[in-house]
Design a protein. Structure first.
Length: 141
């Protein structure tokens, strides 16, 4: 039993030290992330489709570690999060970990800020981070 405990303890130390030494993922220098639709300043009646763009790199689902890829996150009415930690997952930080490039949003009436942030397989921004220009839309009912 003591031997099993020591083996598990050793594995924990090895796994912990490996995670601490993980290097941030990089993307090609020419990679860009952007919102295709809606355009900045758009007035929208009700729910709408947001279309997310990426050039110079590829889309891969969360959990897939493939060089030069990531997946989208939409920031809704939120500033950029800490760029050296996993992106939060809440109503202001929407994850598209299946590799989606469009999504239907249903926001309350009023002005809203939207911004894209690309994350790697573990939802952590690349280094340097890839994020879009923040746009403002107005939802009317």
């Amino acid at each position: 039993m003591r031997l099993l405990y020591l083996v598990l303890l050793g594995l924990g130390i090895a796994l912990g030290s490996g995670a601490a030494m993980a290097q941030p993922k990089s993307m090609p220098e020419d990679a860009k992330v952007y919102i295709l639709w809606p355009p900045d300043g758009q007035v929208i009646r009700g729910a709408f489709w947001v279309r997310m763009g990426l050039s110079g790199a590829g889309i891969a689902p969360a959990g897939v570690d493939k060089k030069g890829t990531g997946h989208h996150h939409i920031l809704i009415d939120a500033p950029l999060p800490k760029l050296d930690e996993p992106i939060p997952n809440d109503r202001n930080h929407v994850h598209f970990g299946l590799g989606q490039t469009e999504a239907r949003l249903d926001l309350p009436a009023g002005k809203h800020a939207l911004q894209l942030l690309l994350g790697d397989e573990s939802h952590t921004p690349h280094q340097p981070p890839l994020y879009s220009k923040q746009i403002t839309i107005t939802v009317v009912r």
